[in-house]
Design a protein around this ligand. Structure first.
Ligand code: SF4
Ligand code: SF4
Length: 122
């Protein structure tokens, strides 16, 4: 599930699945939300836009009283935004490792097949 879909599902859960309530939601929160007191998810509640996973992180920190450890150990894996609670996209995890392997291969590590070497007969 993408961050956008996760937020949409979160909003549906917030309204017990009532789509019209999600649409009507003003996002106003007393003493919570962004600098204007609006729910972090409000701009994305209808399943439009490109939310950053950092937006989810901010919301999760708020959910857990700004306690990072509580967010890390969040006991509600059924929460739609749970995979993004640490402010990272788990689907992108390890991408850097693949780049690292590619870089090693370009460097001609021993034992790595090299079409160029084969063509030149070396
Ligand atoms: S924008 Fe916030 S308050 Fe409104 S439905 Fe979504 S989660 Fe609930
Ligand atoms: S994932 Fe956990 S911390 Fe984040 S909003 Fe859901 S219940 Fe709260």
């Amino acid at each position: 599930m993408t961050p956008l879909k996760a937020i949409r599902q979160f909003c549906l859960r917030c309204t017990n699945g009532d789509r019209s309530e999600v649409r009507k939601c003003t996002g106003v929160m007393i003493g919570q939300g962004d600098e204007n007191g609006i729910c972090f998810f409000h701009p994305y509640r209808l399943g439009r836009g490109r939310p950053s996973v950092k937006t989810i992180r901010r919301s999760c920190l708020e959910c857990m009283g700004e306690n990072r450890e509580f967010v890390r150990e969040c006991w509600d894996p059924d929460c739609p935004v749970w995979p993004y609670r640490m402010g990272r996209n788990p689907r992108r995890a390890g991408q850097g490792n693949i780049d690292h392997i590619r870089k090693d291969m370009k460097g001609g590590s021993a034992g790595v097949f090299s079409p160029q070497k084969r063509r030149s007969g070396r």
